[in-house]
Design a protein. Sequence first.
Length: 184
Amino acid sequence: MKQFVGKKLVITAMLLALAVVLSLPGATEFFHMPFGGGVTIASLVPIVIISLMYGSSYGVGIAMLFGAIQLYLGFNNASALTKNFQTYAIFILLDYIVAFGVIGLVELFRRSFRNYYVGVVVATVIVCILRLACHTASGILIWRSKSLYASLAYNATYMVPETLITCVVLALLLKPIRKISQGN
């Protein structure tokens, strides 16, 4: 049993590290939005793989950890916030912890489909829409966006390409991912 746990932790650590490297601002982003958000080189793919391999409850925890790392790496975005605890708490939850945590739900949504491959791609779109909803809500509540549409448009500018890139890369990797995840 300990060997299995060790293997799971090593695989998780490697995939999480890969996700972080693929998300680094300036190094692997295609572009970065002025008030946060950007399009990366498939940084969500390793998080999706963790969820597919080990299930959604584990995937959500790791995705939330990834969100916390993203918070640490991008906390300079918080300089524009009013300086009170409630604002910071909502900002941290909506823009990082919950927004990234929903990515770990891929395996849960995938199970609704008979076809594994279609399920993974559709589930990825669903969790990215949930992440977009978190960022949009943050835009309204925290960033004082003028309207729902303005916040949605801003966040969709990077989330739509991010979702497409993630789905394309996953589609290319699904056969080996499925083979590996069945072996664990």
